[in-house]
Ligand binder design. Structure first.
Ligand SMILES: Nc1ncnc2c1ncn2[C@@H]1O[C@H](COP(=O)(O)OP(=O)(O)OP(=O)(O)O)[C@@H](O)[C@H]1O
Ligand SMILES: [Mg+2]
Length: 259
């Protein structure tokens, strides 16, 4: 059953000097509990599309609904969780206070036990009284994930959340995210540049073409779960990654012909 429904969505940015046609006629249905990755060339509109799902940007035409409600309604209820490439934590607040921040904005003060529970679940339970500058990049991203998860969001929107981490920390975070997803059954839309990350994490991989972003291809991930850990790739894994690589090359080539 469709959960996130994106219908004929287009978006043009208007700046003082020009208009940028970022997204063109996007149709995409995502089921409840699905883990979908968006990949595509830089500037093709992945972040823009994610922002329209999160109601951070209004499309020029078309619509996005989640479980039949407009995304604006869902956002008002604070049921959309966002994780960005940078953790965007408030430096003067402790980890615990950062986790509580969005709920406080919504007029709810989460119980300490609730904060502790979510922090333990995401692996930062021992750091509630630390300040963001005392944490590593990976730990800061865990805080950012907690801050989103404590809202019990209907969808979790992640925009290159591990893009700034070193390779080993990234792998650890990917494993953790899969565990969290499997235990919570959240619907996740995940933007990444990395083919291996998309193939490891997602049920489906949606490939976007160069700007204006369109849906070029939509793959059901053929790799069975649990997925092979990194460094022990099977033929199936590398075959699927090659297919995705080919799609990205095609998207890049079309960009050159358009230019
Ligand atoms: N606020 C804005 N005003 C004008 N143009 C914008 C704005 N934000 C993004 N754009 C343009 O819209 C297009 C899509 O941008 P977007 O950030 O969604 O791409 P992306 O696929 O996320 O890229 P990347 O992989 O580099 O993060 C780009 O050409 C970008 O320059
Ligand atoms: Mg982006």
């Amino acid at each position: 059953m469709t959960y996130i429904a994106i219908k004929d969505l287009s978006l043009t940015y208007q700046t003082k000097t020009k208009s940028v046609h970022a997204l063109s006629h996007i149709d995409l249905d995502i089921e409840e509990g699905e883990f979908v990755s968006l990949i595509g060339p830089s500037g093709c509109g992945k972040s823009t599309l994610l922002s329209t799902i999160g109601a951070l940007l209004e499309p020029t035409s078309g619509s996005v609904t989640i479980a039949g409600q407009t995304v604006q309604e869902v956002r008002k209820q604070r049921k959309i969780g966002n994780v960005f490439q940078e953790a965007r934590l408030l430096p003067w607040r402790t980890v615990g206070a950062n986790i509580a921040y969005l709920s406080e904005l919504a007029g709810q003060r989460p119980r300490q036990s609730e904060i502790q529970e979510i922090a333990d679940f995401v692996g930062i339970g021992a750091f509630l009284n630390s300040y963001p500058h005392e944490l590593s990049g990976g730990m800061r991203q865990r805080v950012s994930l907690c801050r989103a998860m404590i809202l019990d969001p209907m969808v979790l929107l992640m925009d290159e959340p591990f893009g700034a981490l070193d390779a080993i920390t990234r792998e650890k975070m990917q494993v953790e995210l899969l565990r969290i997803w499997e235990e919570t059954k959240k619907t996740i839309v995940f933007v990444t540049h990395a083919i291996d990350e998309a193939a490891y994490l997602s049920d489906r991989i949606v490939v976007m073409s160069a700007r204006p972003g369109r849906i070029q291809a939509d793959y059901v991930n053929p790799l069975v779960r649990p997925r092979e850990p990194f460094g022990r790739q099977t033929h199936e894994t590398s075959d699927f990654q090659s297919v995705l690589h080919g799609e990205l090359m095609r998207a890049e080539t079309e960009e050159r012909t358009d230019a």
